[in-house]
Ligand binder design. Sequence first.
Ligand code: 6PG
Length: 468
Amino acid sequence: MENAEVGLIGLAVMGANLARNISNNGFKTVVYNRTTEKMTQYIEEFGNENLIGKESLEDFVQSIARPRKIIILVKAGDAVDAVINQLIPLVEKGDMIIDCGNTNYRDTIRRTNDLNEKGIHFIGCGVSGGEEGALNGPSIMPGGSPESWEEMKEMWKAIAADDFLGGPCTAHIGEGGAGHYVKMVHNGIEYAVMQMIAEAYDMLKKMYGQTPDEIAKVFKRFNEGRLNSFLFEIAVPVLLKKDGSAHIIDVILDKAGQKGTGKWTAIEALDRGIGLSSISESVFARVNSSYKEDRVHLARSFPKPELQSETTLEEFIQLLEQSLYAGMLSCYAQGFELIKLASTEEGWKVNLSEVSRIWQGGCIIRAEVLQFLTDTYKASGKESPKLLELKEIQKAINGSLPAWRDIICLSVQAGIPTPALTSGLQYIDASTTERLPANMIQGLRDYFGAHTYERTDKEGSFHTDWSE
Ligand code: 6PG
């Protein structure tokens, strides 16, 4: 097969599955892998008239019809630069290089500018859905030029998941690094929602002595209601799975790993100056979990109180459901606020309603709550309004606030850390409080450093000689 419609470099799990998805949808695909053996094995297993492999990069590039579409799925970082540098002498003006990895958007902006000078389109494209999604339909978040979107959209739409509204889970996110930025925030939300699920598990286990099987039943019930989501769905088999007579969940070491996208989201929040408490706290929670030996040692010196609550298990489950619902809304609200701010500052014009829609299927944070958010965004008549300003969102969060406060009180009394749920509530309270105690901060700053302050009763910048 010559004149392939698309080429893909990198046959690790995501690349291997994405190439199969693309070719299964009728697009002639050619693949290349640095280790030829991996490519030949892959083609032996999955190759067909729409899916072939090439041993040399030159042959690979030559076999793609112009303008070429070359997807890279290699480890984010130096490996992406290395592949681009190998491709530069082989591709021509108008060709497209698409990075579908979890790349930092700043690298994407740099690469876009460098390749632009050579007349080559560079597209940073977020892809979510893990292994299964890559094969059967992920959520696809392409950045890059509008021209490249026009060239690629037919293929993206064909291979993307369904949004359950009859559309595909893909849309042009915006130019430059917009696609990778939105994927990064997706992962930040993923961290926060997962942390909330873990906190719910911990409370049920430690406060009510629930077994993994019993907690699985609670989560199954949650998943059948408005908390319906991929993460709650997979929490059930994660709890139920056994290794011999033991539940695997009971023997998994309580140290959470991370590859960096959650951390980048938190760093972005700090850099751009926006409160992103649940996402940031979820990153800290993973970091704290890694100090296992210290925790084991210190646990002996800080015994936890026995729960003295009269709340029955059933009452607790109902309170928890409401807290998790509002907590999830708060995670999404935080993430959307960050995207909105970055979009304004970078000039990306990201449509939040579309982001919400394309996360409804395929991706790791797909959830029923997103359908509610998409509908609410649409009904607002504005392209990217602040979520907390929308009446429907206010109603949903206000309805859950009493339960949410109860759950936090109970967890604090029992000495169970719930950083994501607690900070989600703090985010809502802090964002909706008319007068915060920042006046006290300003007074202290002015006292020790003459940093000045503004006043509520007159314009200007003031300094007081506090020692007088
Ligand atoms: C996805 C996932 C995917 C990956 C995360 C895991 O959307 O398909 O988010 O990108 O599973 O990056 O990240 P951590 O290893 O940092 O948890």
